[in-house]
Design a protein around this ligand. Sequence first.
Ligand SMILES: [Zn+2]
Length: 88
Amino acid sequence: MVIQTLQCRYCQSEKLIKMGKQSGHQRLKCQDCNRTFQLEYTHEAYKPGVKEKIERMAHNGNGIRDTARVLGINKNTVISHLKKKRAK
Ligand SMILES: [Zn+2]
């Protein structure tokens, strides 16, 4: 896993303090905007636009493995997203 510089997901501040773990995810608090968030959201699959890319690639006939490799996310993330999409 690539180590990223931790930033607030709301204001991009790097002044973060650890708030302990909740359901296995590190929770962080931003000292600038006082908001808390999970580290999990800094992962590739949660970034804006990734879900749209998964859908676009699926429509273009790309396999799940291809999609996961190109976007740099886990194939299980691709599968679960497509399943959620189909359930609607
Ligand atoms: Zn912040």
